[in-house]
Design a protein around this ligand. Structure first.
Ligand code: 26V
Length: 812
């Protein structure tokens, strides 16, 4: 987009004045943010409209990514950059005496997701637009996002996240495209005068679904896709029936708040309402749009792909069946053919407690028609499978089991494709979690290793590194990530390594300043910055990290004169409010931080920083400054991980178990360029099978373990109210299911290897460079291209004359 600095300044001044009726010099940061965001939104609106028309003119097949969660991050800088306006805007603001860095801090970071699953959805939206693939997001516009986390006396306290307090400039309320979603009541089938079976409803709760559309801006390609988030309102014609605020509650609560449980599922009626609300509104809106294509209904799968992001939107399957049969009068067979050709499903977790199962009674009373359809899908499935596979497999794969609806089974049966999110994870799905389905439908299973958008996580988060790459290997890598491998050629180039070191140090200094500002802790930027940022969960094993920190502390106290490499351990993590153990771990980390940060014997050698309220914006500050990336889940538990990819791409060295995508990271960068420790997934399965894990024996028999566990419980760590004992009990008394103590020894050794390597700066830098060069395969552009080619069968539809991202094979 062409715009000169002077034109920008003129237009921006006008924009500001028209909004606030006084000159720019008098504006607050918040006002400048609003004015600038509005300016950018005005600029992109033409492309947004053109993109929609381009897809329709080309009769393009479109994909709809259904997800209960999106974590888009701040959008001002991202959109400005992707429109090609960043330099002009920065320069213009500069001339006006303003700074984008300050202004952008006024933007709220919408926390409409829990963690990896939601952030992946947003990386995918960015790649879809950047590849000019007709891709739409479909989700919920939660009035309150994921809670804001505060620490009080080291304990997590949750505060509501009122992210819509100020107007959300990016969204457009689209009242033209509302639809109605029905809950409860009675449903029956009745033959009408034309001889069709007609579905009749009475006493239903009717909810108006109002879409809010947000532009998803492609990288300098004139493409702008749509993220559609639904909000629940009272139907206009029923306003009178809801005279009091209280009477409106059952409707407004549907999109009131995001569920804060990550991988710890508790059956909740409201959650089921949210899922159906989003699904029904989304599918209705797709069918309405599809009519514009003017092709027979049976061709729906040629024009539409619906993706089910984890099981949360799996009701898409019965809902599409319902609409095709009840509204479009197709037969069961016709509707089923269309539905399963249209839908595809990604599994994101193997944690049993996170696999959704709804009580039949709940489903029946909340969604009577949907339940009828699920029952029939199940009946037909069982009827077909019994003679082919016998009793055991049939009942183990059925949708209805012991009074619950198994949502993963519904998703697999109703989709043409089922994928995991890393090679190892997909193998585990095929060999364990969904083994019986793999026997029935082997052709449906495929792997799609996750990826991240380099635009947000390198270009914008790490401008220093971006410039270095541009200088050394040219700018091609920005459109063709595989070019990053060219950087490998500089592994022995002294000048490049020195520049890389300088960039890292600058990023670390900035983070150190920020740490001092928000945590009041002074850290040494020359220390190793060791980072673990992810949801707090026992399987991710933040407590393994904690035990090592305590071990290090005891070592320094015992032998203060030895030669240590200074380390700053950095954490960012939210715990589900109901997850007591995770919250206890938070308290322990904070208490250890109090201990080591204030111990004069320790000084710079050891610091612990636990940031509050971890989210996308904080990740953008931490990741470019990281030296070490902690990816230490028990092998087999982490489906993929994506912070591992972001950290690697920013030159951090990975300290990893062979879990999730760590396995592929190791394969690409080479075993000698990261630190692997701990049990392999195979060993974990064997150990579980043998049932002979004995944590107490490790505690009794190994001195290091003995010492750190005692330190947790003997008053060494101040301020604990039993949390140290809770950890001890879980690890020893209850024979910890995540085998923390089993991996402890090899983890400590790997940590020592890190110190040794860090002392050899040229070698460290060389490995850091190799990690950056090997990060290309984890670009979400590749992941999305594979989804598009293999699963969705959607094509790129670029705007005439615009460069398309080139996707060479990253390994070639
Ligand atoms: C479950 C539930 C249960 C109901 C309440 C809300 C809720 C929210 C999330 C979940 C499951 C989350 C699954 C998830 O986030 N999986 C992560 O997906 C990432 C992207 O594929 C992957 O990198 C992580 O390894 C995986 O843990």
């Amino acid at each position: 987009m062409d715009l000169t600095v002077n034109e920008f300044i003129e237009q921006y001044k006008k924009q500001f004045q028209s909004l606030y009726a006084y000159p720019v010099e008098e504006g607050t940061d918040e006002q400048h943010y609003s004015a600038l965001a509005q300016f950018i939104k005005n600029h992109l609106s033409t492309y947004w409209k053109d993109t929609r028309e381009r897809y329709l003119d080309n009769s393009a097949k479109q994909v709809y990514y259904f997800s209960m969660e999106f974590l888009p991050g701040r959008q001002l800088r991202n959109n400005t950059y992707n429109l090609g306006l960043l330099d002009v805007v920065k320069e213009g603001l500069d001339e006006l005496g303003l700074s984008l860095d300050t202004i952008e801090e006024a933007e709220v970071d919408p926390a409409l997701g829990n963690g990896g699953l939601g952030r992946l959805a947003s990386c995918f939206m960015d790649s879809l637009a950047s590849l000019s693939i007709p891709g739409n997001g479909n989700g919920i516009r939660y009035r309150y996002g994921l809670f804001r986390q505060k620490f009080v006396d080291g304990y997590q306290v949750e505060v509501p996240e009122n992210w819509l307090r100020n107007r959300n400039i990016w969204e457009t309320r689209n009242t033209k495209s509302t639809c109605t979603v029905r809950f409860g009541g009675n449903v029956w089938l009745e033959k009408n005068q034309q001889g069709y079976m007609e579905t009749k409803y009475e006493d239903t709760l009717n909810v108006l679904a109002v879409p809010y559309d947000t532009p998803m801006v492609g990288y300098q390609n004139n493409t702008i896709n749509n993220l559609r988030l639904w909000s629940a309102e009272i139907p206009v014609e029923e306003e009178d029936q809801y005279p009091t605020l209280e009477s409106r509650e059952p409707i407004s609560e549907i999109t009131q708040v995001l569920y804060p449980d990550d991988s710890n599922y508790e059956g909740q009626l409201l959650r089921l309402k949210q899922e159906y609300f989003m699904v029904s509104a989304g599918v209705q809106s797709i069918l309405r749009h599809f009519r514009k294509y003017n092709v027979p209904r049976k061709n729906l799968p040629d024009k539409v792909a619906i993706h089910i992001n984890d099981t949360h939107p799996a009701l898409v399957i019965p809902e599409l069946m319902r609409l095709l049969m009840d509204d479009e009068h197709l037969s069961w067979e016709q509707a089923w053919e269309i539905t399963h050709k249209t839908c595809s499903y990604t599994n994101h977790t193997i944690l049993r407690e996170a696999l959704e199962k709804w009580p039949v009674d709940m489903m029946k009373s909340l969604l009577p028609r949907i339940y009828m359809i699920i029952e029939e899908i199940n009946r037909r499935f069982v009827e077909q499978m019994l003679p082919l596979y016998g009793e055991r497999i049939t009942w183990q794969t059925a949708i209805l089991q012991n009074g619950v609806v198994n949502m993963a089974h519904l998703a697999v049966i109703g989709s043409h494709s089922v994928n995991g999110v890393a090679k190892l994870h997909t193998e585990i799905l095929m060999e364990d979690v969904l083994k019986d389905f793999f026997e029935i439908y082997p052709e449906r299973f495929n792997n799609k290793t996750n990826g991240i958008t380099q635009r947000r996580w390198i270009h914008l988060a790490n401008p220093g590194l971006t410039k270095l790459l541009d200088n050394k290997i040219g700018e091609q890598w920005k459109r063709n990530p595989s070019e990053l491998k060219v950087f490998k050629g500089f592994e022995r180039d002294k000048e490049t390594l020195e520049q890389l070191a300088a960039i890292k140090l600058k990023n670390k200094k900035e983070l150190a300043d920020y740490i001092e500002k928000v945590k009041n802790v002074k850290v040494n930027p020359e220390a190793i910055f060791d980072v673990q940022i992810k949801r707090l969960h026992a399987y991710k094993r933040q407590h393994l990290n904690v035990l090592h920190i305590l071990h290090r502390y005891l070592e320094i106290k015992r032998n203060p004169k030895a030669d240590y490499v200074p380390r700053v351990f950095i954490f960012g993590a939210k715990a589900a409010p109901s997850y007591t153990y995770a919250k206890q771990i938070i308290k322990v980390i904070n208490s250890i931080a109090d201990l080591v940060n204030n111990d004069p014997d320790i000084g710079d050698l050891l610091k612990v920083v636990f940031f509050e309220n971890y989210g996308v914006s904080l990740a953008e500050k931490i990741i470019p400054a990281a030296d070490v990336s902690e990816q230490i889940s028990l092998a087999s538990m982490e489906a993929s991980g994506t912070s591992n990819m972001k950290l690697m791409a920013n030159g951090a060295l990975t300290l990893a178990t062979l879990d999730g995508a760590n396995v592929e990271i190791k394969d690409f960068v080479g075993e000698e360029n990261l630190f692997v420790f701990g049990l392999t997934s195979k060993e974990v399965y064997e150990l579980k099978g043998r049932q002979d894990y004995n944590a107490r024996a490790l505690y009794e028999g190994q001195d290091k373990i003995h010492a750190v566990l005692n330190a947790l419980t003997d008053g060494t760590v101040p301020g604990l109210q039993g949390e140290g004992h809770a950890l001890f009990d879980s690890l020893v008394q209850y024979n910890d299911e995540y085998f923390v103590l089993k991996d402890f020894e090899s983890y400590v050794t790997a940590q020592e290897d890190i110190d040794t390597l860090y002392r050899n700066q040229p070698e460290w830098l060389r490995k850091s460079l190799l990690n950056i060069a090997a990060s290309a395969p984890f670009s979400a552009d590749y992941t999305i291209k594979r989804y598009a080619d293999d699963i969705w069968k959607v094509k790129q539809h670029s705007s005439n004359g615009f460069a398309v991202t080139i996707l060479d094979e990253p390994l070639a």
